[in-house]
Design a protein around this ligand. Structure first.
Ligand code: NAD
Length: 252
């Protein structure tokens, strides 16, 4: 198995893309630590994945709280002696047209996506530099290219791309690669919430989006997990600072 005994931390891993990513790594032999703010979803995911004999640990923590994140990474490192792969996946949306967007909705989206990736990557690199090895994979979005109603989210996801490229330049000499996956339309609670916000049935919403996607289907969490696994593989050590759009076409 490709990731035998690798220690992987997946933020926002109790649902959707993060959960699928956690399961994919664990299925390939990794020990996976899932970080999330949703206790119920964490417990459900733990029960579901351990029932499949996968090595999963859960942590309730907020990625935008530095003290919680530093303590968590220290705990994971103390337990295993290494942290090999970090997936910065935790995310929220607070969509609204720009003229109606509140400071609170702007700040929350920046805090979870940008501060979250900053705190987790900084905590991880401390150990990865000592190991002279590591993988950081960030989750951006096609919204980074601009998306109506998402001035906050598009800004954060574009920011993730600059963050990815800069970390790739700074950390490459320590055997650490930093890359990003930019998903298009993926069927998760997040897109379900978008459909609800615009008063559209989720299946109808999917159909309306599929018509715009060249491969004529919507994305599934596994589509993103597969791309994350590619960057995480030891064989991808010369792939660094890249943004891979996984959207069924050049952009969704
Ligand atoms: N679904 C899509 O179409 C899509 C497209 C592009 C990018 N993305 C990105 O993919 C990632 C995963 O999205 P998803 O669709 O699986 O969404 P999701 O809502 O199903 O999952 C997001 C997870 O992040 C957790 N989370 C939120 N705030 C947190 C915090 N402060 N600390 C820790 N955990 C927190 C949530 O509890 C949830 O479990 C996000 O970064 C999202 O922006 C999703």
């Amino acid at each position: 198995m490709t990731f035998t005994d690798k220690v992987v931390i997946v933020t926002g891993g109790s649902k959707g893309i993060g959960k699928s990513t956690a399961e994919s790594f664990a299925t390939q032999g990794a020990v996976v630590h899932i970080v999330d703010i949703d206790s119920n979803a964490l417990n459900e995911t733990l029960d579901e994945l351990t029932a499949k004999d996968l090595q999963i640990f859960i942590h309730k923590a907020d990625v935008s709280k530095k003290e919680e994140i530093d303590a968590l990474f220290e705990e994971v490192h103390a337990k295993h002696g290494h942290i090999d792969i970090l997936v910065n996946n935790a995310g929220v949306i607070r969509d609204n047209l720009f003229f109606k967007m509140t400071t609170g909705d702007w700040d929350l989206v920046m805090d979870v996506h940008l501060k979250g990736a900053f705190y987790c990557s900084q905590a991880a690199q401390k150990y990865m530099v000592q190991q002279n090895a590591g993988r950081i994979i960030n989750i951006s979005s096609t919204s980074a290219l601009g998306n109506r109603g998402q001035a906050n989210y598009a800004t954060a996801k574009a920011g993730i791309q600059g963050f990815t490229k800069t970390l790739a330049i700074e950390l490459g000499r320590f055997g650490i690669t930093v890359n990003a996956v930019a998903p298009g339309f993926i069927e998760t609670d997040m897109t379900r919430a978008t459909a609800a916000r615009i008063n559209m049935d989720f299946d109808e919403f999917i159909q309306s989006r599929v018509e715009l996607i060249p491969v004529r289907r919507s994305g599934k969490p596994e589509d993103i997990a597969n791309a994350v696994m590619f960057f995480a593989d030891d064989k991808a050590s010369f792939v660094n600072g890249q943004i891979l759009y996984v959207a069924g076409g050049p952009k969704a």
